[in-house]
Design a protein around this ligand. Structure first.
Ligand code: NDP
Length: 281
């Protein structure tokens, strides 16, 4: 019998834990965790994400500051804002909403963030730390996935994990985190030959591709844990994951739905990373 992992509930539990820790931090040390979110341009999806982040901050009792800059903002102006935020004692986390306009170098901007305030975990210092096993911050979506897996109670040691997708924000970091938990990890991508024969080996299958319903029942081993990171908008306006949920769920031991699986965990872990940044002072 499959268990559906309730990301909404787990994310809410995490937010409640974060709210309590933030309250204790305020009472004991007078510190209120602060998150600065910088948005350049008017991309509608980015505006929605930034709004959600500010709302989540209010929900857990954090200070939040939004910097909404016009699309034509130049790189130097953005760097100046980041340098100022790096020194700002009220701000513990800095997040630059991606993607940035083309005339701005994303690498340069991320590298300018103080790694101790890099709550997205994208700074090369933290990426390096993830490889060697000691990052200050882990990117929010992969950290959220690990939390979901941890709450199934399954020990990853020696298990076969297959990650489909090798992006810097999901595929690669989740593979490193699974490896750190002693799983045997395979990473697949668009040039992988005979994908189903690889995914069928997985005790834990992570789909992070961005193609609606591409993981079918015949690609999944009986009893696998299936984590669906994909968020795809269908023609009828509904959201769908990378996994064909109706086909795959009867074969899985645990599965995350879309929506309501990995999605809500990302912002919950952003709150957790910001709390960690404030606690580290
Ligand atoms: P990217 O587009 O950066 O990466 C997609 C990956 O999938 C690439 O590595 C690509 O391979 C691989 N891929 C593409 N087609 C195939 C195929 N047919 N078979 C095997 N692999 C394939 O996406 P992201 O990692 O940024 O995001 C993945 C999905 O997760 C998206 O739907 C995104 O919306 C969602 N997402 C959800 C989040 C959440 O909070 N729930 C957060 C972040 C992302 P190659 O490298 O060879 O091109």
């Amino acid at each position: 019998m499959v268990s559906i992992i309730d990301g909404n509930k787990i994310a809410q539990d995490i937010r409640n834990e974060v709210r309590q820790s933030a309250l204790a931090l305020k009472e004991q040390k007078g510190i209120i965790p602060g998150l600065a979110v910088v948005l350049v341009g008017e991309d509608p999806a980015s505006q929605i994400y930034v709004g959600k982040k500010a709302k989540a901050c209010a929900d857990v009792g954090f200070l939040s500051r939004e910097y909404k800059l016009p699309a034509e903002t130049d790189e130097e102006k953005l760097l100046k804002i980041i340098r100022k935020l790096n020194k700002d004692k009220l701000i513990h986390g800095i997040l630059v909403q991606l993607p940035l306009p083309k005339h701005i170098s994303t690498e340069k901007i991320i590298a300018a963030i103080d790694p101790h305030k890099d709550v997205d975990g994208f700074h090369p210092y933290n990426v390096g730390g993830l490889v060697t096993g000691s990052p200050l911050f882990v990117p929010c979506t992969p950290r959220g996935i690990m939390e979901l897996i941890a709450r199934t109670g399954i020990d990853l040691k020696g298990k076969e994990a297959v990650v489909v997708g090798r992006s810097n924000i999901v595929g690669k970091p989740i593979a490193l985190l699974l490896l750190a938990q002693h799983a045997t990890v395979t990473i697949c991508h668009s040039r992988t030959k005979d994908l189903p024969s690889v995914t069928r080996r997985a005790d834990i299958l992570i789909a992070a591709v961005g193609k609606a319903h591409m993981i079918k029942a015949d690609m999944v081993k009986d009893g696998a844990i299936v984590i669906d990171v994909g968020v795809n908008r269908l023609e009828n306006g509904k959201l769908a994951g990378d996994v064909d949920f109706d086909e795959v769920a009867p074969k899985a031991s645990y599965i995350t739905p879309v929506p309501g699986g990995v999605g809500p965990m990302t912002i919950a872990m952003l709150m957790k990373n910001t709390l960690d940044a404030a606690l580290a002072l």
